[in-house]
Write a protein that binds this ligand. Sequence first.
Ligand code: BLA
Length: 503
Amino acid sequence: VATVSEDQLAQCASEPIRIPGAIQPHGWLAAVEWSDGRLTAFSDNWAALLDAPPGVLAAYVQDTLGPVVDGLHALVDGEGPVSCGTLTLRGRRLHVSGHRLSALAYFELEADSEDAGTRAPIYSLARHLVPAMQRTGSVDELCRVVVAEMKRLTGFGRCLAYRFDAQGHGAVLAEALDRGYDSYAGHHFPGSDIPPQARELYRINHIRLIGDATYTPVPVRFVDGREGSALDMSQAALRSVSPVHLEYMRNMGTLASMSVSIIVGGRLWGLVSCHDHAPRHLSWQTRMACEHLGQLLSLQIEAKEENEQVTEQLRLRQLTLAIVAHLADSDATLQRLMEEPGPLLRLGRAAGAAVILNDTCWSVGETPDRDTLIQLGQWLGNRIDQDWHSDRLPTEAPALADGLRATAGILAISISKLHRHYIVWFRPEIVQTIVWAGDPRKESSTGEDRRLHPRRSFSSWKEQVRGRSMPWTASEVHAVLELRQALIGIVLRRAEEMAEVAM
Ligand code: BLA
């Protein structure tokens, strides 16, 4: 897919999202020195909250924060926000959360509201949900359970889970939605929707809520007059988000959103993303429950993936043993591999396989035609050391395209350093239809103001991808390399035996 230009991507990647110099207007932020609790920076909207006479606002803020600042030293650097209780200010009960980031402690106040999540404490989540999650048979099913729960907890109109592929594009695996919401199930979202610095931040900070995509940011200022953009808000829940992203949300018809990171093996694996047509705020407790749910999901995905990998490795190891045993029982010439091709084909989940020894070849199943196999041996000669694979052979080797028949994927190992001796697996072409949420080629545009704008349409757009096979997985490549080692051992030993007989 042709995507946005390098220039535009660089522009997105340079949005200063950790230091926006402002917060969302549904709360109040103050930062104090970690060492002595002295007020350092605060958001403009404290003025209206405290109704302070001009000139003494900073002193009022400092005073108001007194009780929570006393507990300052319980905050651990870089660990993210924890609850610091509530403050009642002019009759309003406000929840306070606090966190420390290097020399500063941050306090964030928000209305202490009741919502569905407040009534669903974490232990009840754990009691009912964890067993339900464990009963699921696949990652997709697991995600379905979690998005349904997340929707119930938050009341958002649509919740979906999506996973990033190697290129950073997202595919929607599970979805729960109300009437009136478009379905994105099975849709793909281009990687450029979420620039790299945002992904890096979401790996560290696992939840964000945007209560109203039409909000006016509230500036944050330092007491000493420095610009608010010097304040690192990486961990602040109230952090004002990128205007480009707010425009994206409005284009999508989403006025409120929340996303929770799915972290597997330390990497951002995907997101649970919730949307609503109307502005929506969630209590601190509900957000914590959602973050916790995201953690449970991450751990379960990690466990499921590890399990799948162990099972797959065992399966491949057994196939390798069967192949090697058969060859060792024979005269150990490589073409014997074609006599009992079952395990060999299953090892590569392949439709066909071939043994190519210089200018001769033996094949089984669906493969390119004979002449093409011989040419393929010559073509590989310049490229292969131990192994070579591709899921798009027609594009990689256009000269061979005519004789490939339905083949699009190839995995090859080389058995000799001196000769062109190869074992090759083939996979057929699979014509894939990728449904994008909006045509990714038009995903963004530069407006008259010369600013980059996100795309406007999210309606389904189908892309047909031809000339590709199922990709080869790392475990499959690893397995054929193990087979290669074993075969080289057998072939060498056989050659030595033959030499002894001859003497
Ligand atoms: C951020 N883009 C995001 C976020 C999401 C998406 C989920 C994280 C913010 C959040 O939690 O809401 C994209 N939103 C999606 C996707 C779905 C969704 C894929 O609901 C699918 C269902 N965005 C653009 C372009 C730019 C861009 C062209 O389309 C570049 C200028 C930027 N997106 C952009 C930026 C952020 C972002 C800068 C970070 C926002 C922030 O955290 O401040």
